[in-house]
Design a protein around this ligand. Sequence first.
Ligand SMILES: NC(=O)CC[C@H](N)C(=O)O
Length: 368
Amino acid sequence: MSSFVLLEDGTRFDGEAVGAEGSVTGEVVFTTGMSGYQESMTDPSFARQLITFTTAHVGNYGVSEQAMESDRIHAAGAIMRAAVDYDDAPGAEQGWLSWLKANGIPGIAGVDTRALVRHIREAGSMRGGIFSADVPVSEARERIAAEPSMVGRDLAREVTIAAPTVFAGEGDGPRIVALDTGIKRSIIRNFTSRGATLEIYPCTTPAEELLAADPDGFFLVPGPGDPAALDYIVENIRTLLTTKPVFGICLGHQLLSRAAGLETFKLPFGHRGANHPVKDLRTGRIAITSQNHGFAVAGKPGEVIESELGAAQLTHVNLYDNTIEGIRLLDVPAGCVQYHPEAGPGPNDSLGLFDEFIALFEKAGNAS
Ligand SMILES: NC(=O)CC[C@H](N)C(=O)O
């Protein structure tokens, strides 16, 4: 059956319906990773987004439980050049297209994804949809117009855990409290396998309750939506920062930066993929990193600013477009990175950051 992608500016791409039947709207974004399609689809940060895969062939190695980044698919749909349903790869438990279908997620294949990506690179990420061929274009336009813009959208509330949950470490490492704005399993694994215990709280939990848990440190995790819509979390972070070490990844980086008084803004088409070079300006070291974000922190790479939380240094820079990819607070033990050290999916260059976080939390624990 044929189907089509329509963007809010009227641009249309035709293809063939795969996965579940039906139509869906969201923000159309693209990712350049050559593998990790299942991790991306189940990453809560992709909520309400339609992922265009620039890699030419998706589904080659099927899907499996161990590649899940959460308990379900969060992306709204998949846009592909070619897609296969192989389930005979070692480790495959199901075919990619059967899995999309079983989970009610529409996809489209046979799309000229190069043209689509070039269009988004020029015109910016925008709302759009995947529609069955029988949906009139006028109706498709109306459905796209009804989709809220990503700017100003609080999606952390939609994906956060319902009640506090503990993931016990494989050892007696520090106790870390994480505010769940959209955590990934690879982050949980990286802490627990290093002996740390992670206690995850709903993102709406008041600061007093988080402080009452009395952990060795707080962790701010990734998540979907606009960081500027999450002032209730930013206020909590300001309170937490006066007490214990705080580290953050991606949305967590954006929220910690906002707590320090920095602004965030929407990037034209975001950074999504597995090969983004990031330089730590303190050491000159460059890591190839996994990325998945549409917003960024504003500021000059290397700059030290006076913030409400003391001095803050903008320590990391993305070498593709010079945007900020990490900050360190100089007067309190806190810092964050915009990229994904958990590497799910992506390169392992930055895994050592988890050792750094844990060492700091351990030090804080020993001091108290
Ligand atoms: N992976 C993330 O945490 C994404 C953060 C934020 N939603 C953005 O798009 O920039």
